[in-house]
Design a protein around this ligand. Sequence first.
Ligand code: SF4
Length: 426
Amino acid sequence: MSQYVLLRHREIPHLDQLDVYLKHGGFEAAKKVITQMQPADVVNEVKTSGLRGRGGAGFPTGVKWSFLPNNIWPHYVVCNADESEPGTFKDREILESNPFQLLEGLMIASYAVQANRAYIYLRGEFWQIARKLDEKIAELEKAGLLGDHLFGTNYSLRIYTHLGAGAYICGEETALLESLEGKIGQPRLRPPFPAVYGLYGKPTVINNVETLTNLPPILEKGAQWYRSFGTEKSPGVKIFSLSGNVNRPGNYELPLGTTFRELIYTHGGGIPEGRKVKAILPAGASSAIIAVNDDAILDTPMDYESVAAIGSQLGSASVIVADETVNMAWLVSKTVNFFKHESCGKCTPCREGTFWMNRITQRMMAGRAVESDVDLLANVANQIAGKCLCALGEFSVMAVQTGIRQFRTDFLEQVKQQTAPVAQGD
Ligand code: SF4
């Protein structure tokens, strides 16, 4: 059996070319769905497969689709290709190397919710990928695989790409919709949720690139086949983006429930110079940090429930590894700096809080902090937590709170490094 469900281009050279994709069963699943299945049956098959959103929240995909009301039209489907989380690079590989499987998945999702327009929203830095996608879409239209009367039916679908300006916040569903409508990319108040009031105020499904790419094989081989991978509550395969202090960083497609140890040591080649793992951020910069002070942590299965049980979240599975040489105050300062830069400024706790957390961590890194700054930093983080309009604000405190709680000595050590000259006005 093939090793890959999502990263099939690694086995099949030139899979990003239409003739090669068609030769390997391309668009058979879309054809079957559109010509032989009712939309409700497609939704049910995806529900049965247990596929959960791969963007980070892990919400069941079929259930999400079923929230769309059938008395408000038109419906829209939006592919979230705004991959911007530090440590996350899985969608990019699919977009660049297996784009037709994503487009086929988008067709299946659109048919399932009876949308005749679908959009792929890409982060601004992905402009070359967007151009290439435009070419692929044009090729499909020319070949009659996209457009009007698909496969001889009455179903029609148009797909458009849209480039953002490169703001992390636009990965948040409602900010993405605002940006897609041509407005400033800032989150909307919820409710109403996008399933009811989405793009142009109409019911909208927003799915991540990896989520959509799972659909053709699920519809081709069936929900039970998909459930043969992964765990009961987290079925299927997942792309783990591995980075940090590992010998072989990269994307690894593995069943959900694979352990950290297997990812880091078997696939990632272990830690440089045989050093020990000190901490893991399982979901990129927005992770609650997991201290690896017990070997059993490495044997934790990477599925949504097991990672939550050890105090973090699987999210988009961007596993960042820090070895024993890393001072966690430094690592936390990096995450804080990122969130301060990306805060959209709409709500005060996040806008002001990330600014002040950044001031304190920068002071620490510059050797100008005092011991009480560690508690001050924790205090500012606690003022932000639970008071923000969207998840970005909540994400910004994850590493800070868990870092100080588990690695306080690293912060105190950093404070003792009073080496740099004092800058004016800080
Ligand atoms: S939490 Fe931050 S990013 Fe989200 S709306 Fe508020 S200011 Fe903007």
